[in-house]
Unconditional design. Structure first.
Length: 189
């Protein structure tokens, strides 16, 4: 960096990193990354409605600059083939996503086939699903579902990071016999 100190440093908030940054780069602004801010709000506050509003306000100024007209044209002219056992859900996503996003989501559908709901807990209008791999329960993810708003949030936070639902959320959709992607899982362009 030609002996220039960074102006800002974004990390996960690790205390040893914070200490080192303060020591080595005293004039740098140390901030948490957006993913960790949302993750902390999800874990510490535990109210999906708050997390949803927090995320909306925090990420509201960001816009993805990708060639929308070209992506729409390609999607209209191309017909994807269905490749998973969740054909109805797969078909509904093909109607919602552009072709390139649909192909990324198709891989998530394939991974969802190896997941299962291990446990579920009802807390008011929310249900917390524990989802793990079908073969082992060593690693589990939590999917929060609000029946009133048809809103899903997963502890992996893939939808917040990449804009498409994760295999854990898809597993819950399949478990609940939902064969159409809820609007809450489709981020606006």
């Amino acid at each position: 960096m030609n002996q220039k100190a960074p102006v800002s440093i974004i990390t996960d908030g690790d205390s040893s990193m914070k200490f080192t940054i303060e020591k080595e780069f005293p004039n740098a602004h140390h901030r948490l990354c957006a993913w960790h801010l949302i993750y902390n709000a999800t874990c510490n506050i535990g109210k999906p409605q708050f997390t949803s509003m927090f995320k909306k306000y925090m990420l509201g100024d960001y816009e993805i600059d990708w060639k929308e007209a070209q992506a729409d044209l390609t999607s209209v002219n191309g017909k994807p083939s269905m490749q998973t056992c969740f054909e109805q859900l797969e078909r509904s996503t093909a109607n919602v996503y552009t072709l390139s996003i649909f192909y990324m989501f198709q891989q998530i559908l394939v991974r969802a086939a190896s997941m299962k709901v291990i446990n579920m807990t009802q807390i008011g209008s929310y249900v917390i699903y524990s989802v793990g791999l079908d073969r082992t329960t060593n690693e589990m993810w939590r999917v929060f579902f609000c029946d009133i708003e048809m809103e899903f949030n997963c502890s992996c936070m893939r939808v917040e990071s990449f804009g498409i639902p994760c295999e854990h959320t898809v597993c819950v959709l399949v478990h609940k016999d939902i064969d159409e992607l809820p609007r809450s899982l489709v981020l606006p362009r």
